[in-house]
Write a protein that binds this ligand. Structure first.
Ligand SMILES: Cc1ncc(COP(=O)(O)O)c(C=O)c1O
Length: 412
């Protein structure tokens, strides 16, 4: 019998890697969310920490500090727990609460810095990392990140492809860019013609046009073009985008159709890979990665029964028989026409997670009849609505006035 874990180990870090490569709907998908701590990031976490130990940058008693949108924080927290380091995760608010909880479960301290994008967390982690007794791996900058993907993950995928089959394309979202560039380098070594496609959310096309906005493909497009991508951009053939709504829809389909409970970036990766296959039929072997597990998004997408699933567009929210209502005098003071920012700040001040996109008022603003204003970002992870009057949205009247809607729940 050939077993994946044929011998007894005393260390969970031995279970990193050797994940399945599946062929699904014409795409090769590396199932990295099966790694310990639930994401691809276990690879670089172990690699960068052990490298720092060897180079004398990290010593017993030190604290590891890193800026992250969550998964690298989870992975480093796990590695730190196993190796006995203190871990300080610096991350923005407004990301999935599960990822905060997972880092804490591994004994890490979580320091919130900024909102949704990682820029402020990055600056803070860098600053802390310069203090004596701290080590910051700097995942967005470090060539060790690229190196791990080139030396370990890339060759692992190559070894799993059917005999005689070389990759024609690699399609991946850009968080740090480490996976795309490192695995891409490994692929280029066996097929110099392999094409590398970077993917970013269509709401936040930072690489393509410098746009920085909210989206729900957590783990990519963190608010800046990372140093790794900047340094290696010439390796990338094309940048494409996938919308948040499409990514989430595909994420749900992957669970229902293929039994793969993964996060939104996996949905986006699958869609992007399929679009590349359709656009370039000559690219037969298209590879992507499913990066993190769906369990990290339970509260955002999976706590409602299917028949109460959140509608895809803001306008259709108002036709739902149920609504999430946040009732507070604070919100009552908001005036019709208040900016999205005002709502975001009011919600944030009360501890509600939201990601209202500054563009939303123009696109999705809900006009108020009477004093009611609702700014509905259709991709708000936790529905946040303020209803105090009859509402219409984009000409769609509600089936009943907002004030008669029961206060079903607050969504904290
Ligand atoms: C869920 C998810 N998808 C994709 C990525 C992108 O990987 P990379 O940082 O190698 O660009 C990340 C990175 O953190 C991630 O967490």
């Amino acid at each position: 019998m050939t077993l994946r874990f044929g011998t007894v180990s005393n260390n969970i870090l031995d279970a990193i890697g050797d994940t399945p490569l599946l062929h699904l709907d014409g795409i090769y998908a590396k199932i990295e969310f099966l790694n310990p701590s639930g994401s691809i990031k276990t690879h670089i976490a172990k690699y960068m920490i052990e490298r720092a130990e060897r180079e004398g940058l990290l010593k017993p008693g030190d604290t590891i500090v890193e800026a992250t949108s969550g998964n690298t924080g989870n992975a480093l927290s796990m590695v730190a727990a196993v190796k006995g380091y203190r871990m300080l995760v610096v991350m923005p608010e407004g990301l999935s609460s599960e990822r905060v909880a997972i880092s804490r479960a591994f004994g890490a301290e979580v320091l919130f810095c900024g909102n949704f994008h990682v820029n402020e967390a990055l600056a803070r982690a860098k600053q802390l990392g310069e203090q004596p007794g701290y080590f910051c791996p700097s995942q967005f900058e470090s060539e060790w990140n690229v190196e791990e993907n080139r030396e370990i993950l890339g060759p692992e995928i190559l070894a799993q492809l059917p005999a005689g089959c070389v990759p024609d394309a690699l399609v991946l979202g850009v968080g740090t860019g480490g996976t795309l560039i490192g695995v891409g380098q490994a692929f280029r070594a066996v097929n110099p013609q392999v094409r590398l496609f970077a993917m970013e959310p269509s709401e936040s096309c930072t690489i393509l046009c410098g746009e920085i906005a909210s989206h729900t493909i957590e783990g990519i497009s963190d608010g800046f073009v990372p140093g790794i991508f900047q340094r290696h951009a010439s390796l990338v053939n094309e940048v494409l985008s996938v919308s948040s709504v499409d990514a989430v829809t595909e994420m749900k389909r992957l669970a229902r159709r293929h039994g793969l409970f993964c996060g939104p970036s996996s949905g986006a990766h699958m869609l992007a890979a399929q679009r590349i296959r359709a656009k370039f039929p000559e690219l037969k072997t298209v590879v992507t990665v499913f990066c993190d597990e769906g369990e990290k998004y339970l509260h955002e997408y999976f706590m409602l029964p299917a028949n109460m699933a959140r509608p895809a567009s803001a306008s259709s929210w108002f036709q739902m028989p149920w609504l999430y209502v946040i009732a507070s005098p604070q919100y009552a003071m908001a005036k019709p026409g208040s900016s999205c920012c005002a709502w975001r700040n009011a919600l944030a001040a009360s501890g509600y997670s939201n990601r209202c996109n500054n563009k939303v008022p123009r696109r999705n603003a809900v006009c108020a009849a009477g004093e009611c204003v609702e700014v509905g970002n259709e991709m708000l992870p936790r529905p946040a609505m303020v209803c105090m009057g009859a509402v219409s949205c984009a000409g769609v009247p509600m089936d009943r006035p907002a004030h008669s809607i029961p206060k079903i729940s607050t969504t904290r």
